[in-house]
Design a binder for this molecule. Structure first.
Ligand SMILES: C[S@@+](CC[C@H](N)C(=O)[O-])C[C@H]1O[C@@H](n2cnc3c(N)ncnc32)[C@H](O)[C@@H]1O
Length: 278
């Protein structure tokens, strides 16, 4: 079942936290010379038109990236420079997804694998990436693809796992895939995005990671509304295995302000905590 299209949601508050964490991790890993392998198991279309029909239908970006004034966030200079580089005008007309963020930061000797199953999004991604020999776009299952790539030859790798959680089994599937991947490559960095739709699912996800036997796991989350039993996403987070040592300090400063700036209700919250110590 592939009904989800990220173009309806691009640039929303959940993308903001995901892409900020992604950039923080990439910048740290790229400060060392040795080649990095970037694997995006759910890559999406790459670039999103915020003036297009899909984006304008829900206009979620207005309560996400649209709320952030670059001058107020010098700490997010890289994030804004990547967005700026993908917009011809000063207006926010396009929003770069995770593949384009990686493409902006990776160096000549780094390599990337982008998995996208949706035929249209996969085609769009292929066109957007164009002729870039560092990148491979594959219209294949990202979970199976990931396991086949590990461990990378260079033993330096970042894996972004960003499913849409359309089916509830995805919550257990992501834990299983991180466990299997970690067995093959235990020094890799794994960044898993999750939505807060039903709090119980997130609590179970946390518990599964805490009981996984994997060490060194951190979690970063913002909630722009209080938890609710109604339908709809009230928050989003990233679970990071083997995070850069700098990440906790950086996110602990950013998250309180971000959760306030992106608030959709008077009561908001954030989490920056260690799920499993080193
Ligand atoms: C949340 S979106 C990705 C957004 C993207 N990572 C970004 O940050 O710009 C999830 C994508 O995963 C794709 N997808 C779903 N199941 C997949 C699978 N098993 N393997 C690869 N792609 C999948 C969907 O078509 C969708 O485009």
């Amino acid at each position: 079942m592939l009904s989800y299209r990220h173009s309806f949601h691009a640039g929303n508050f959940a993308d903001v936290i995901k892409h900020i964490v992604l950039i923080e991790i990439l910048e740290h890993l790229l400060s060392k010379d040795k080649a990095l392998h970037y694997i995006d198991t759910h890559a999406g279309a790459g670039m999103f038109d915020l003036t297009g029909e899909h984006s304008l239908k829900l206009q979620e970006f207005r309560d996400g990236v649209g709320r952030l004034v670059p001058e107020d966030w010098p700490e997010l200079a890289t994030y804004f420079s990547i967005i700026h580089a993908h917009n011809a005008q000063a207006d926010l007309a396009g929003y770069p997804g995770s593949p384009m963020i990686a493409r902006s930061l990776l160096r000549r000797h780094d390599r990337a694998w982008l998995y996208e199953l949706h035929p249209q999004d996969s085609l769009l991604l292929t066109e957007t990436i164009g002729r870039d020999r560092r990148f491979r776009v594959l219209q294949e299952d990202g979970y199976a693809g990931l396991l086949g790539l590990l461990p990378p030859l260079t033993r330096r790798g970042l894996v972004l796992i960003d499913p849409s959680y359309e089916v509830k089994s995805e919550y257990s599937r992501v834990v299983e895939i991180v466990l299997k991947s970690h067995r093959k490559f235990n020094t890799g960095t794994y960044a898993l995005w999750y939505p807060v739709v039903e709090r119980e699912r997130v609590v179970n996800l946390e518990r599964d990671f805490e009981n996984s036997g994997i060490r060194n796991i951190q979690r970063f989350e913002i909630c722009v509304q209080p938890d609710s039993k109604e339908r709809g996403m009230t928050g989003a987070g990233m679970i990071v295995v083997n995070p850069p040592w700098t990440l906790m300090a950086r996110m602990s400063v950013l998250l309180p302000r971000l959760s306030q700036t992106l608030a959709q209700a008077p009561e908001t919250s954030f989490k920056a905590d260690v799920l499993v110590a080193q």
